[in-house]
Design a binder for this molecule. Sequence first.
Ligand SMILES: Nc1ncnc2c1ncn2[C@@H]1O[C@H](COP(=O)(O)OP(=O)(O)O)[C@@H](O)[C@H]1O
Ligand SMILES: [Mg+2]
Length: 247
Amino acid sequence: MLRINGVSKSYDRGATWAVKNLSLHVQRGEIFGFLGPNGAGKTTTLRMIVGLLPIDEGEILVDGYDVTKDPIQAKRRIGFLPDSPNIYDRLSGLEYVRFIADIYGVPEKQRIERTQRLLEMFEMTEAAGDLIKSYSHGMRQKIALTAALVHQPPLLILDEPMVGLDPRSSALFRRTMREHCDAGGTVLFSTHVLEVAERICDRVGIINKGVLIAHGTMDELRKDQDSDADLEALFFQLTETNIDETP
Ligand SMILES: Nc1ncnc2c1ncn2[C@@H]1O[C@H](COP(=O)(O)OP(=O)(O)O)[C@@H](O)[C@H]1O
Ligand SMILES: [Mg+2]
């Protein structure tokens, strides 16, 4: 579903690399967790996939469409939840979802059905008519996720979706991701929260300093490490973070 082939990105013309020669394939129907510490290059990678950042080297294919050469076809297949949803404050949640649905050309009947179902699931039906500026962070996330799903994208990409969510909302997000895959979709999401990845991912890729240092199922990663370490120990081991330095 998603093929990243030898992708690099620099913000300062090659002096330093935010992402270096990254290759990663995400299979249809899986939840892939993109795991790494702050500054590892997760957001940079996701923004290249969705076409918000130009790629310096390499190529990215979404369902066979090159995101640089065929951006419209690639974007049609993607739903994206950015790390900080700075969405239109002056629209209501419902107006925002409709606006996004219109951009993707979702027919009215489907838009209404899907929006109702998602809002209900996210317990946002009542608040949907209120202006987004009155929303809490979690409510914004829910509206942004509703908008990301309203065109039923085959590939759902989420940048740190669980940050700042209460346990209930977080569980709803996990359920939504699983349902998306059960319906034939694919999910790629980034996180620095290890338990989140361990709990819901079919496979993970660990990125550190712009380089993919490990990928596979949790079992495969543990095997590679030749130990029974849980993900946290493994994560610290692979990223060479001293566990004592973490709060
Ligand atoms: N707009 C930017 N300009 C310059 N450097 C950036 C910019 N965005 C990110 N970086 C740098 O690129 C690296 C990767 O950042 P990012 O992709 O945001 O990591 P993550 O999402 O994994 O925390 C970091 O060293 C960060 O400082
Ligand atoms: Mg980030």
